[in-house]
Design a protein around this ligand. Structure first.
Ligand SMILES: N[C@@H](CCC(=O)N[C@@H](CS)C(=O)NCC(=O)O)C(=O)O
Length: 217
């Protein structure tokens, strides 16, 4: 089994990149040249008709698998590496919470972040665009409070004692808030949790490989 991750530094592709590294899976990276709109090129649209990053290509037991959508990519990688323990076993209460967080991260927090980063897709004149961005930031703030409250209840990881792929997913989304007025790192439980994640050797290797500069979160 071998994986190719189509990525751009710091983009949503950072999530499966972190997961591949934590899993110790064999993979290579293929840079999608966003500066030259490579993600909208005919060749890339064949991989992902949405023109979005990331895409994972697996050469596996069933031949070639081309997969887009970050959460689906994570679930597939986890299914391929059940022995690594980065997701609870199917059919358990812990797994139900894992699935809940993964889905919440992708369809609630990540979706709001995409509005924050691309407000011009939701309004025309400059003041309306600024309003969309401000509303998105406010909503994201409430979501960060929810994550902080979850860590306050338990920790040290999102699922409690067990580090899992949802920590990696949430790390990248929290990182994207770093230019906000109240970024994730300023919250009492998210701040130390982010530091715990940044201390992981696999996380450090991936951040270095993508050339991510300070502030990291
Ligand atoms: N739901 C998709 C969203 C992916 C996404 O929006 N990726 C961004 C980079 S973080 C992108 O490719 N943006 C380019 C664009 O919107 O044109 C996923 O989770 O994979």
């Amino acid at each position: 089994m071998h994986f190719t991750l189509h990525y751009y530094p710091g983009n949503a592709s950072l999530i499966p990149h972190l997961l591949l590294e934590e899993l110790g899976a064999p993979f290579e990276l293929a840079l999608v040249d966003r500066a030259n709109q490579a993600h909208k090129s005919p060749a890339y649209l064949k991989l992902n008709p949405n023109g979005l990053i990331p895409v994972l290509v697996e050469q596996g037991p069933d031949g070639e698998l081309v997969l887009y959508e970050t959460a689906a990519i994570c679930l597939h990688l986890l299914d391929r590496h059940p022995q690594r323990g980065l997701a609870p076993e199917h059919g358990t209460a812990a797994r139900a919470h894992f699935d809940k967080w993964l889905i919440w991260l992708t369809n609630t927090l990540q979706a709001a972040l995409l509005i924050y980063f691309y407000p011009d897709r939701w309004a025309d004149d400059a003041s309306a665009v600024a309003q969309v961005k401000a509303h998105a930031e406010a909503k994201i703030g409430v979501m960060l409070d929810q994550l902080d409250a979850e860590l306050a209840r338990g920790g040290p990881w999102l699922l409690g004692d067990a580090f899992s792929a949802v920590d990696l997913y949430a790390l990248v989304l929290c990182r994207w808030t770093r230019a906000m007025a109240r970024p994730a790192r300023t919250r009492p439980h998210l701040g130390p949790w982010l530091q715990r994640l940044l201390a992981r050797p696999a996380v450090q290797r991936v951040f270095a490989r993508e050339g991510l500069a300070a502030p990291l979160v």
